[in-house]
Design a protein around this ligand. Structure first.
Ligand SMILES: Cc1cc2nc3c(=O)[nH]c(=O)nc-3n(C[C@H](O)[C@H](O)[C@H](O)COP(=O)(O)OP(=O)(O)OC[C@H]3O[C@@H](n4cnc5c(N)ncnc54)[C@H](O)[C@@H]3O)c2cc1C
Length: 464
């Protein structure tokens, strides 16, 4: 068998970010704004990852249960820019009552905004490109091998950031990782998101107002839920409990989930239905991922028929699409310098190297049941993410950002949401650029330098 030729790319970048989801995009923007020459590599032809390719929305949440904003910086700047384009309503009350706020956005505009922000900062993007392998030197990554229409090409960089969500780069580089929860290794289930248009949201609101027991209003209760329902400019609900249960008993839907969950986008009447559930499959395994895509699509067809037939306000709904890729909540978590735990988050433990804050609860879509388990936070909680959870022992020039940083299954169920994933990305990007500037490994960058740069970039951090 002949060896495939690998051509070296002529340019050596300072920072190469693998994966253009929101954490990778924000990492690339932050690194470029800190002065590094940055390349962002993405397998799709657009940025945004879960928020664009997987049809996820709204972002939730920039706020803690009390309504205090805990994520700012580049993530919040993205929202303000989207608002200026008429592509987001900003942070609005969450009518499911699960969070204090949600942030609906137009995914097509998000793609453009992320590209604009990165290119304005001097960063470059390489689309339609997959990670094929790594070239290791002692304790370092010398280069990574990328695969695209040009074949296999080796790209050098001083610092690499793994923003693949699945820790693909770290795993290829030999970094130890855990998969899913302790015990059986099962991860949170996948969900194929379904987008519908022409939903009569006034009729849905009226039905929810007159049948509140058919919906979930947790954790703040029905009274607060109905108050928000009356005033919030866009609708989100978890319910249709009675009709859904009956349809499942009749065998019309075989989705292993106890509720219908949907969120209205900024375009009135266009909703994202986050209801399908594909459990027990490993999204880091290509064959299992392929099976999940097919199961998810069939479930979405059932969900669409259910809504049109049984859900008030959905009779004239039009199916726009299922997402380009099935939604993957969880796969690998790297074994980093510090493994973040649920206790850390529930206690809002203070870390000497805090680089981001969060206020979203521990939200576990059960890996092997129909339910969703929540470990609520104290209303005033502002948990901290330490820089060490983004760093690994070896390779010393690798940083990990987004949902696959070093954490337990339970802790990841909280910070995985997009505002916090973006805040983590911003810190990873700043750390990478500071490492380049000081010609040191990321673990050698003084925390004070990262903190100062993050504060300059508007990030929200705990008081020193
Ligand atoms: C069904 C579902 C519903 C959710 N609901 C919400 C919600 O309502 N609100 C909220 O805020 N969050 C929600 N989340 C969580 C949130 O969307 C994600 O956890 C978050 O976006 C993760 O961002 P990330 O950048 O870490 O990873 P990702 O968004 O997964 O981005 C990874 C990127 O890397 C690319 N990539 C991966 N591997 C490779 C490779 N080998 N080569 C090249 N490119 C690669 C991918 O194409 C992708 O663009 C949901 C997630 C799911 C799956």
């Amino acid at each position: 068998m002949s060896t495939l030729p690998i051509h070296p790319h002529p340019v050596a970048f300072d920072v190469l970010v693998m994966g253009g989801g929101v954490s990778g995009s924000v990492a690339a923007i932050a690194a470029a704004r800190t002065g590094a020459r940055v390349l962002l590599v993405e397998e799709h032809g657009f940025l945004g990852g879960s928020l664009t390719a997987m049809g996820v929305g709204p972002m939730m949440s920039f706020h803690n249960p009390d309504g205090e904003q805990v994520v700012r910086g580049i993530p919040d700047e993205i929202i303000r820019r989207l608002q200026a384009r008429g592509a987001s309503l900003g942070h609005i009350a969450d009518t499911t009552t699960y969070c204090s706020t949600v942030t609906p956005f137009e995914s097509e505009e998000l793609k453009i905004e992320l590209e604009d922000m990165l290119t304005a900062a001097g960063g470059e993007v390489l689309f339609h490109t997959q990670l094929a392998g790594v070239i290791a030197a002692t304790d370092r990554l010398a280069a990574i091998v990328l695969c695209n229409k040009a074949g296999l090409t080796a790209f050098r960089a001083k610092i690499f950031i793994d923003a693949t969500g699945d820790a693909d780069l770290a795993a290829r580089a030999g970094v130890a990782f855990t998969l899913g929860r302790t015990g059986d290794g099962l991860a949170q289930p996948m969900t194929m998101n379904l987008k519908l248009a022409n939903v009569d949201t006034a009729a849905v609101r009226e039905y929810a107002r007159s049948h509140p027991d058919d919906f979930l209003w947790s954790p703040v209760g029905q009274t607060e839920g109905l108050r928000r329902l009356a005033s919030s400019p866009r609708l989100s609900l978890a319910g249709f409990l009675g009709a859904w249960k009956a349809a499942r008993e009749r065998g019309e839907v075989d989705v292993p989930r106890d509720q219908v969950l949907f969120f209205e986008t900024p375009t009135p009447g266009v909703v994202i239905v986050n209801t399908s559930r594909i459990a027990g499959l490993n999204a880091a395994d290509p064959f299992q991922l392929s099976r999940a895509e097919m199961i998810g699509r069939k479930q979405c067809a059932q969900i669409f028929r259910f809504l049109r037939t049984h859900a008030p306000g959905f009779a004239q709904a039009v199916r726009m699409d299922t997402a380009a890729k099935i939604g993957v909540r969880e796969t690998r978590h790297v074994a980093g310098l510090y493994q973040l735990t649920a206790d850390d988050l529930l206690a809002s433990r203070a870390f000497p190297d805090a680089i981001a804050l969060g206020g979203y609860p521990i939200d576990i879509h059960a890996p092997s049941a129909e339910t969703t388990t929540t470990k609520p936070l104290r209303p005033s909680a502002r948990y901290q993410i330490p820089l060490r959870s983004l760093l690994v022992e070896r390779p010393e020039n690798l940083i990990v950002v987004g949902r696959c940083i070093s954490a337990t299954h339970e802790a990841a169920a909280a910070f995985r949401v997009t505002p916090i994933a973006m805040a983590i990305g911003q810190a990873g990007g700043v750390t990478a650029a500071e490492a380049v500037r000081g010609d040191v490994a990321p673990a050698q960058v003084p925390y004070a330098a990262v903190r100062e740069r993050l504060l300059q970039q508007g990030a929200q951090l705990p008081a020193p």
